[in-house]
Design a protein around this ligand. Structure first.
Ligand SMILES: Nc1ncnc2c1ncn2[C@@H]1O[C@H](COP(=O)(O)OP(=O)(O)OP(=O)(O)O)[C@@H](O)[C@H]1O
Length: 367
């Protein structure tokens, strides 16, 4: 079969019209077009205000590309207009600009299908457990609408600049940066999907992360365009999905897993948070939502199960005080759960490296 060409892709999109009636092709709105084998990635530039009106066009473009002979996967995203909006690198091709994370061996995402399930708590304690295993670790809070890293790690003040880059803050041996430290809450409030994506990618590039074994990205909750574009544009080594045991939350977890699979990011595993309630008075274990749901779901989906973290006063109080349990009591029962999680994540990353599939670095990490 003939190789897929940029012309063939543009040809397929010829009939599509922008909301103002102009054809999409030739309008200058195609901000990126990448072809990697049978995969096509297309980026259409927009503004936050216009983005909702372009959603149908995006879907139509995706359907047209999917029907094109020789295409197995088509992925179309809307991205914020303007010089600051970077084009997500196309799969399988070197990014046009120097990679700001060139010295970072692995970037992993901690994600959840919906908010409030303990994604940030998991991200911080997992990062600390990876650090405790001897790795150099950074953590970035990409949750622009609800950044919790400053609270969880007790970070205060603004990050300093060195030259044109920001220096990550330090907490408990981690290099840390949060959207909450870089932009004020009111500015971030008005951002919608494409703007969020653009701002996060910019933030990645503005920080001097230096050499790290692992950068943990606390993703914005959900499975919308911003998350999808971020997953695609960051050359992730893998993703950890956090869920609570209720069926409804597991449906969201399934969506999260499907989203990462869509852009070929391997799932490092599923974490069940708030798995059972440990009563502070009687010390009893109460499986409020039943037991083993997430583990069974992980089995069904063919992803590793990384552990069950109980709902405890200790964990919440430690987080609120800016002293995560993994820093406060790494050898306690909760600390040991996170240490096991970190070992499984490292094993998953090294498996990928051994299979020659590590997107950033050819060497295994050693704890
Ligand atoms: N296992 C747990 N036991 C007790 N409290 C927990 C546990 N996990 C998380 N929490 C608490 O639940 C709240 C939400 O947790 P967290 O901020 O980690 O969730 P999230 O999924 O990142 O939320 P968001 O969607 O707002 O980013 C916090 O107050 C946190 O301290």
């Amino acid at each position: 079969m003939a190789d897929l060409t940029q012309d063939a892709v543009r040809d397929a999109l010829k009939g599509l019209l922008l909301p103002d009636g102009r054809p999409l092709v030739g309008s200058g709105r195609i901000a990126g077009l990448g072809i990697a084998g049978a995969r096509v990635n297309l980026t259409i530039s927009t503004t936050a205000a216009e983005a909702p009106a372009l959603a149908a066009l995006r879907d139509e473009a995706e359907a047209l590309l999917r029907d094109l002979p020789g295409v197995s996967h088509a992925f179309v995203v809307l991205t914020a207009e303007g010089p600051k909006a970077p084009e997500p690198p196309a799969l399988g091709r070197a990014p046009a600009k120097a990679d700001p994370l060139a010295q970072v061996r692995h970037v992993i995402a901690v994600a959840s299908g919906k908010g409030g399930v303990g994604k940030s708590t998991t991200a911080v304690n997992l990062a600390l457990a990876l650090r405790a295993a001897g790795l150099s670790v950074g953590i970035m809070d990409a949750d622009v609408h609800g950044p919790s890293l400053p609270t969880l790690l007790g970070l205060h003040g603004k990050p300093h600049a060195a030259g044109r880059k920001l220096v990550p803050m330090r907490a408990y041996g981690l290099h840390a940066m949060s959207m909450g430290l870089m932009v004020d809450a009111e500015t971030a409030m008005v951002w919608r999907g494409p703007m969020v994506m653009s701002a996060i990618t910019q933030m990645m590039a503005d920080v001097d992360w230096g050499a790290l074994d692992v950068l943990v990205v606390d993703m914005p909750p959900g499975t919308g365009d911003a998350q999808l574009a971020l997953a695609q544009g960051t050359r992730l080594s893998g993703a950890v999905i956090v869920s609570t045991p209720q069926d409804l939350s597991l449906i969201d977890a399934r969506r999260g897993i499907a989203m990462f699979r869509k852009v070929d990011v391997p799932i490092l595993g599923l974490v069940e948070n708030m798995s059972h309630f440990v009563c502070p008075d009687c010390g009893g274990d109460h499986a409020i939502f039943g037991q083993g749901g997430a583990e069974a779901e992980a089995g069904r989906l063919g992803v590793p199960f990384l552990g069950a973290v109980p709902l405890t006063m200790e964990l919440r109080a430690a987080s609120d005080a800016g002293q995560p349990v993994m820093a406060r009591d790494p050898e306690g029962s909760l600390g040991r759960i996170y240490q096991q999680m970190a070992r499984s994540v490292m094993a998953g990353l090294n498996d990928r490296t051994r299979a020659g599939q590590s997107p950033r670095h050819p060497q295994e990490i050693q704890g």
